[in-house]
Design a protein. Structure first.
Length: 247
């Protein structure tokens, strides 16, 4: 299994914080960057092959990855990161995505137990959903029917829609189907939308099960308000995980 981390964004909503470094290089309260934390936890659960899409400050990400000499990294630059959304970064990385995959965004902060349980889930295809959390106004929601995620969008607020985070586990067949639809979108000039726009066209034919993260932690950092909240909230989950993993 490989992991692909989409790290091509500008992070402009972080203001001055991202003028001199990539958003995923922001230090959390434990003194670790978001990116380093992602790599450490994924590697601790057996992931050794990483695809990282890059935009600004790519050298910073490469330097951080050097802390993991037992891992293999493929960095895929998106030279027009300021004119495209991550669907185009996924298109650029398509040749490296022929295995079972974990998909995640570079601004996600999560706890180790989430990674372990997603990887070990008997469902080959999962996406993270929280059935109890209030629906966010501007972030992703997932539409769930009969335990399957059938749509992901920021603009859905129906009774079967729930808080969603872009952390997917997909087998190689489902990955190939998504990549194929992404290629079609890019060929049609649609490079400024979310990759989920392409996924939504084939979701009903797939079997991507909702993985509830109610008892875990996963959240994104888009702005400094998010940073303050997430950087604090994750500490309690790390403390609990220490007892499980004997870290």
């Amino acid at each position: 299994m490989k992991a692909i981390i989409f790290n091509s964004g500008l992070g402009h909503r972080m203001g001055d914080e991202t003028k001199t470094h990539h958003k995923s290089m922001t230090l959390l309260k434990n003194g670790e960057t978001i990116f380093h934390r992602q790599l450490r936890l994924l590697n601790a659960e057996g992931i050794k092959d990483f695809i990282v899409t890059t935009g600004p400050f790519a050298d910073q990400l490469k330097s951080e990855a050097a802390d993991f000499p037992n891992c293999n990294f493929t960095f895929v630059p998106n030279d027009i990161y300021d004119k495209t959304n991550y669907i185009y970064s996924m298109y650029l990385a398509r040749e490296y995505m022929k295995d079972d995959m974990l998909f995640l965004h570079g601004d996600l902060v999560f706890n180790r137990r989430l990674v372990r349980d997603i990887i070990n889930s008997p469902d080959p295809n999962t996406a993270t959903v929280n059935f109890k959390k209030a629906l966010p106004e501007k972030d992703f929601k997932g539409r769930v029917r009969d335990g399957k995620v059938v749509e992901v969008s920021i603009n859905i607020f129906d009774d079967d829609c729930f808080a969603f985070q872009p952390f997917y586990k997909l087998d190689k067949y489902t990955t190939s189907a998504w990549v194929g639809k992404v290629v079609q979108f890019i060929d049609e000039g649609q490079n400024r939308c979310y990759a989920e726009n392409a996924l939504n066209e084939i979701f009903p034919a797939l079997n991507i099960r909702a993985f509830s993260y109610e008892d875990y932690y996963v959240d994104e950092i888009d702005n400094m308000e998010d940073y303050a909240r997430v950087s604090t909230d994750i500490l309690a989950f790390d403390e609990a995980d220490e007892k499980i993993f004997d870290i």
